[in-house]
Design a protein around this ligand. Structure first.
Ligand code: NAG
Ligand code: NAG
Ligand code: NAG
Length: 428
């Protein structure tokens, strides 16, 4: 009797081990996930691709860092899937989606085309989504999320998006944006990182989950980041929202701007967010270039011109959409782009700043002319500074939703790599 107990114990341990081995094979738990992102030259949108539906279909989507969720064109002909499920009013999906609308027993949300600033209404549903996992260095197995929540939109909402795009993918701080749904599905940290490539032919990358974020040749872009708090704008920036809802977008606290380490004189009150949600600085992938409120833009471009011309750089006629252009003749080139004055966005203290070098501040419009890649955002914009895609390229930005913190790398060109250097080449 006494000897039977260990045997039974041994047997059940082996049995459990066998079960857990076979279980581990079917339910591989990834450390992180990756999506490729390419720049569309016609629209300057950043476009990714994700597999959705049964049978799985690759769907092209415009990336919207501040977007609240995934929305796709579901008009019957466009959407065919045997695994699609509508979200019944009162269901867990509807409450996760914070849907306040119900029509025909199905809850709904208001998808925004944030490029054209057009909104609509669409039902909430879920379907299978599949994407590549990674160990941080190389692509790993494809993983699936069987019930990924998204919103359907009518076909007209696609107007203004890049060619063959089916919707927009939101990375904002909501529970149903990609970062939170992926983190919940695989129990990893609510962190993600965006690394946009300046190339229209090589993929940049979005990592979901924590680092390492390895870029060839063996550079971990999650190391030596500079951190700044993410700020909550108390008033929603969505097309449709309820009273008292904060914005789900990513704001940071720019306190001043310097050019060649000289402070640009600005009306500082424009840099903070007021009670109505106006002012401040946000980061956006749907603005191709950084926009500055008119008075900031004027002071900024005058200071930049003064610094550039004092170095014998000569002005050239403007080339739309830019007002400030220079002859490229006397502009040298460096590893981090054209040798022009540095632009610093000064953050929570004088020694924490986001330095923008020529590769991110200047655009070659042709061989002879190079323009300052910032545009006038008008005299009473909702947000005073919107840091746009061009200024983000070949910089890694890590968003930590749990600690509400942004980590940024500044130009990766300094470290002899680019955002196009993730090894997407899978040997499977
Ligand atoms: C600074 O900006 C605030 C907010 O727009 C405005 O109310 C104020 O009049 C501006 N101050 C100056 C000196 O222009
Ligand atoms: C600017 O150009 C003038 C005339 O070519 C030259 O004498 C001067 O040294 C240059 N200054 C700088 C800062 O390069
Ligand atoms: C890229 O990843 C693949 C698959 O893991 C691997 O075989 C290949 O050697 C990697 N390429 C480089 C340049 O590291």
């Amino acid at each position: 009797m006494a000897s039977s107990t260990p045997n039974v114990y041994l047997f059940s341990t082996l049995f459990l081990l066998l079960i857990s081995f076979s279980f581990a094979q079917v339910s591989f738990r990834p450390k992180a996930l990756i999506l490729p992102v390419v720049k569309d030259t016609a629209t300057l949108q950043y476009v990714t691709q994700i597999n959705q539906r049964t049978p799985l279909l690759p769907i092209r989507l415009t990336v919207d860092l501040g977007g609240q969720f995934l929305w796709v064109d579901c008009d019957s002909a466009a959407y065919v899937s045997s695994s699609y499920r509508q979200a019944r009013c009162g269901s867990a999906q509807c409450s996760l989606a914070k849907s306040g609308a119900c029509g025909g027993g199905i809850c709904g949300l208001f998808p925004d085309n944030t490029i054209t600033r057009t909104g609509s209404y669409g039902e909430v549903g879920d379907d299978i989504v599949a994407l590549q996992s990674t160990d941080g260095s190389n692509p790993g197995p494809i993983v699936t999320i069987p019930h990924f929540i998204f919103t359907c939109a009518p076909t007209f909402l696609l107007q203004g998006l890049a060619s063959k795009v089916n919707g927009m993918v939101g990375l904002a701080r909501t529970r149903i944006a990609l970062p939170s749904q992926f983190a919940a599905a695989f129990s990893f940290h609510r962190k993600f990182a965006v690394c946009l490539s300046s190339s229209s032919t090589s993929n940049g990358v979005i990592f979901f989950g924590d680092g390492p974020y390895m870029l060839l040749p063996n550079i971990d872009a999650s190391k030596s980041l500079i951190y700044t708090p993410l700020i909550i704008n108390p008033v929603s920036t969505a097309g449709v929202y309820g009273l008292g809802e904060p914005s789900d977008e990513y704001f940071i606290g720019v306190k001043s701007i310097k050019i060649n380490e000289k402070r640009v004189p600005l009306n500082a009150s424009l840099l903070s967010i007021d009670n109505n949600g106006f002012g401040g600085t946000k980061i956006s992938t749907v603005n191709p270039y950084t926009t500055l409120e008119t008075s900031i833009y004027k002071a900024f471009s005058e200071a930049f011109i003064r610094e550039a011309t004092s170095r014998n750089i000569t002005r050239a006629a403007p080339v739309a959409p830019f007002d400030v252009c220079f002859s490229s003749k006397r502009i040298g080139s460096t590893r981090v782009g054209p040798a022009v004055p540095w632009v610093d966005l000064v953050l929570q203290s004088e020694n924490v700043y986001w330095r923008i070098f020529g590769a991110n501040s200047m655009v070659y419009v042709n061989d002879d002319v190079v323009c300052l890649a910032f545009v006038d955002g008008g005299s009473n914009p909702r947000t005073s500074i919107v840091i746009g895609g061009y200024q983000l390229e070949d910089n890694l930005l890590q968003f930590d939703l749990a600690t509400s913190r942004l980590g940024f790398s500044s130009s990766l060109l300094f470290r002899r790599t680019t955002c196009a250097n993730f090894n997407f080449t899978s040997n499977v």
